[in-house]
Design a protein around this ligand. Structure first.
Ligand code: ADP
Ligand code: 5GP
Length: 204
């Protein structure tokens, strides 16, 4: 784990004024589904920050759109150069993921909210650097539902499912560190709740 963000200088308002939305939740909580729907009809201007990762692309994924796909060496170079806001090895997979500061800067330039969909470890690091970030933890309606949804999605092997469920249990214990917790019991309702949060925060 590491967190490489610069400390905001005293008198520097840029970090405090930037609008940062961080969404996390256990695998199977429905993040991808929610994000897709939210982006179709968001009440605020959102710019998705494309993360860097050392995991290989899946079929249909494009470099620069879904992730910046990097070799382990390239990732480490960027980490050493201080280009990441946060990095984490997710799901004990051996693969690293990280939020590039340049992605957040681009959102700021566009006057949009920087939107991060990252794991809980990464989100906790972002909260330290950006205490004003709007953080939302997505959970499913019950503990059993993660397994049901993961198996229903059918995209992971049994070994990966078990790792993700173990991670889910650890992540759920940290949900109260987020500013908001949204239960994705019914998709449309959950998306409406997030839109309401965004409208309220934008008006602040
Ligand atoms: P995540 O990105 O958090 O791992 P996904 O968005 O891939 O989760 O959702 C996992 C599975 O659960 C998918 O098959 C998705 O269609 C389904 N799903 C998402 N939201 C709901 C919901 N509210 N009720 C039932 N199933 C859902
Ligand atoms: P996937 O490999 O399925 O695309 O993503 C796996 C997990 O990595 C997801 O839970 C996602 O939230 C997390 N993730 C994606 N990008 C980042 C990032 O930049 N930083 C951190 N900490 N986690 C990320």
């Amino acid at each position: 784990m590491s967190s490489d963000a610069p400390q905001p200088q005293s008198g520097d308002q840029s970090a405090g004024n930037s609008r940062l939305l961080v969404l996390s939740g256990p695998s199977g909580s429905g993040k991808t589904t929610i994000v897709r729907k939210l982006l179709q009809d968001s009440p605020v201007s959102l710019r998705v920050c494309v993360s860097a990762t050392t995991r290989p692309p899946r079929t249909g994924e494009n470099n620069g759109d879904d992730y910046h796909f990097l070799s382990a060496e390239e990732f480490e170079q960027k980490r050493k150069a201080g280009e990441f806001l946060e990095t984490a090895e997710v799901f004990s997979s051996g693969y690293w993921y990280g939020t590039l500061k340049s992605e957040i800067a681009r959102a700021e330039e566009q006057g949009a909210w920087a939107f991060l969909e990252i794991d809980v470890e990464g989100a906790l690091n972002v909260m330290q650097e950006y205490p004003e970030a709007v953080t939302i933890f997505i959970s499913a309606s019950s503990d059993d539902e993660y397994e049901t949804r993961l198996r229903g999605r059918g995209t992971e092997s049994e070994d990966v499912i078990q790792k993700r469920l173990a991670t889910a249990r650890r992540e759920l214990a940290l949900a109260d560190r987020y500013k908001y917790q949204v239960v994705n019991d019914e998709l449309d309702r959950a998306v409406e709740e997030i839109k309401h949060i965004l409208r309220t925060e934008e008006a602040d």
